[in-house]
Design a protein around this ligand. Structure first.
Ligand code: ASP
Length: 337
């Protein structure tokens, strides 16, 4: 029988109402989990429960919390067959992406889940999200970092939060679900991660300065000049369509970025798309100025990949090379474009 570690980090699932709004309530949640009969039903994996301190609304999560979660998985890697991480939905796609890069050679399920309605409420979606995540982790079929939410198991570094109201909070616009949970759980084995490093290791992130610029018609690029300092390491530009960008005022910014070794990665504002900077003249200026293509990566994956690569490599060319390479299933392979 598999043994799974449930790790509570905060988020709506474990919150209760206070005068100031919903807030993580560790004591309540722990009791509720230990009283959940379905978690002890026949056929369910064995489990242990732990919580991180402090429990957070996920809007407060940053590099140090990613490192703490990654370290806890690494410390317990050989004790458990899988991990279910309970997390707020607001930044779950970032944490899932970050962990996918941090946990190199991962060969066990790491499933992030949470809920839109707290477990303390009658209509909570947290119960099914937790129980189904446990069942999926227990089978050990999917050995990568995933998000399970609202009936879908998605590759973590392909997801983005799509809805703050609906029970299906996450989408994976450029990659199919790894499993669909209806009356039975249907696994899409063809979509599982095929390539992984031989040995598991946890590569913690450095808190390097990263920026995101979403372009819009009339964007005053000159005002972003101060952002492209020597301190800045990487910038994700969310461009239009397949990687197009307004040219006015852009070139000096790109030249400054190149001088300061800032890695500019171009993603698209269209969730469902692949950046190809050679399609239009308005995109090729980026390529010529040394920007790299994020292809079909989400902005969440691009940001966390920059953190990862700047934490493991010093050489800028190596970082740029790897930004355009699929390392954890986060982007389409170059040959497939
Ligand atoms: N603000 C909450 C959080 O991300 C929202 C949620 O969990 O759904 O922690």
């Amino acid at each position: 029988m598999s043994k799974i570690l449930i790790m509570h980090t905060g988020g709506t699932i474990g919150m209760t109402k206070t005068a100031d709004g919903y807030k993580p309530d560790g004591a309540y949640f722990k009791k509720a989990v230990f009283h959940m009969d379905s978690l002890k039903a026949l056929g369910m994996p064995e489990w242990d429960f732990m919580e991180t301190d402090p429990l957070l609304d996920s809007s407060q999560i940053s590099v140090s919390e990613w490192n703490a979660i990654g370290s806890l998985i690494a410390e317990n890697y050989h004790i458990y067959d899988g991990f279910v991480i309970l997390h707020g939905t607001d930044t779950m796609a970032y944490t899932a992406s970050a962990l996918s890069f941090m946990l190199k050679g991962l060969n066990k399920p790491v499933i992030l889940t949470g809920s839109q309605i707290p477990l303390c409420e009658t209509r909570s979606d947290g119960r099914d999200n937790l129980i189904t995540s446990m069942i999926i982790a227990g089978t050990q079929k999917v050995k990568e970092v995933c998000i399970y939410f609202g009936g879908l198991l998605l590759r973590g570094n392909r997801t983005m939060k799509y809805s703050a109201d609906g029970m299906q909070a996450f989408v994976s616009p450029n990659y199919p679900p790894l499993a669909t949970a209806g009356i039975s759980i249907q696994y899409n084995e063809n979509a599982f991660l095929k390539h992984r490093a031989d040995h598991f290791e946890c590569r913690l992130f450095e808190d390097v300065p990263i920026g995101v610029i979403k372009v819009f018609p009339g964007i005053p690029f000159e005002l972003f000049d101060a952002l492209i300092s020597e301190k800045m390491k990487g910038i994700v530009i969310e461009a239009f369509g397949s990687g197009n960008i307004p040219e006015k005022g852009l070139l000096p910014i790109l030249q400054k970025a190149r001088r300061n070794n800032v890695v500019i990665t171009v993603c698209s504002q269209c969730p469902q798309s692949t950046v190809d900077m050679s399609t239009y003249e308005a995109g090729s200026i980026l390529r010529k100025a040394g920007a790299v293509s994020g292809r079909d990566m989400t902005s969440e994956a691009a940001v966390t990949k920059l953190y990862y690569l700047f934490s493991v490599y010093d050489d800028i060319d190596r970082i740029k090379f790897n930004m355009e390479r699929d390392i954890r299933g986060e982007m389409i392979q170059k040959e497939d474009i």
